[in-house]
Ligand binder design. Structure first.
Ligand code: ADP
Ligand code: MG
Length: 256
């Protein structure tokens, strides 16, 4: 059965897309069959997987509007090692076009239901908002992986996200849970980051993943080559951390 996880945080620039593509590549590297669903009209996960968003024949937009199937719309990102259901600017129209449609938050879940046996993991890269697109991701998912930087305001934003997840769990998707918080862009030399990291562990206990993703320039360079960092430079610290994270996630899922 495919495990469907959203990579979500309503803040922008916190490492969602970097986590989605590198976790996907890390999982692929350890033999898992992975689909990345790009739910952000910016299409960064699409491009960062080596799929050109400007020349997509079909995209997640059409899947949400139910004009094509996931199988018809998804493409193989050969170098990255997984499949991609891509996105581009068109997707920003979905929000408006789905207004008034019944169960509009349920479109992605319905579309993915047929592919339960085809993947081990489906990773949904969410936009930086708690919009209808993110809601579609969360209604389709079993869990949420929250990448976060250990900065002062990070904890504040987390409260909103946790409350949103609780509400969705209570009203729309009873299987939804927080899988864990992933500390990213971590710089151990910064005292503030150490402090926030400690606070996180005190507050969220084992919901904080053991793996920590360091700040690593190779991860930031990789997208301009159309590759996840894990594939672009597997020996870099950041790439190694994402492969470790993939292993930790698989172990966690096996325990459940
Ligand atoms: P989001 O999807 O949440 O908006 P991104 O994954 O696009 O965030 O990351 C924001 C920026 O930070 C990007 O330029 C990305 O390359 C960079 N970045 C992400 N993670 C790291 C990291 N661990 N080390 C260095 N740069 C990173
Ligand atoms: Mg992003």
């Amino acid at each position: 059965m495919a495990k469907i996880f959203c990579i979500a945080n309503q803040k922008g620039g916190v490492g969602k897309t970097t986590t989605a593509v590198n976790l996907a590549a890390g999982l692929a590297r350890i033999g898992q069959r992975v689909l990345v669903v790009d739910l952000d009209p910016q299409g960064n996960a699409t491009m960062g997987s080596g799929v050109d968003k400007r020349t997509l024949e079909h995209s997640v937009y059409e899947v949400l509007l139910e004009t094509v199937t996931v199988a018809d719309a998804c493409v193989k990102a050969d170098k990255a090692g997984y499949d991609v259901l891509g996105a581009n600017r068109e997707l920003s129209g979905a929000e408006v076009e789905l207004v008034g449609v019944e169960r509009r938050q349920d479109r992605l879940r319905a579309a993915l239901a047929a592919y339960d046996q085809d993947y081990d993991f489906v990773l949904v890269d969410c936009p930086p908002s708690l919009s209808l697109l993110t809601l579609n991701g969360m209604c389709a998912a079993h869990g949420v992986v929250v990448p976060m930087q250990c900065e002062y305001f990070a904890l504040e934003g987390l409260t909103d996200l946790v409350n949103t997840i609780k509400q969705i769990h209570a009203s729309l998707n009873p299987r939804l849970q927080i899988i864990g918080l992933l500390r990213v862009m971590y710089d151990p030399r910064m005292t503030l980051q150490q402090q926030v990291s400690e606070q996180l562990k005190q507050h969220f206990g084992d919901k904080v993943f053991d793996t920590v993703i360091p700040r690593n320039v190779r991860l930031a360079e990789a997208p301009s080559y159309g590759l996840p960092g894990v594939v672009f430079d597997p020996s870099a610290k950041g790439a190694q951390a994402y492969v470790e994270f993939a292993e930790e996630l698989v172990k966690r899922c096996a325990k459940r």
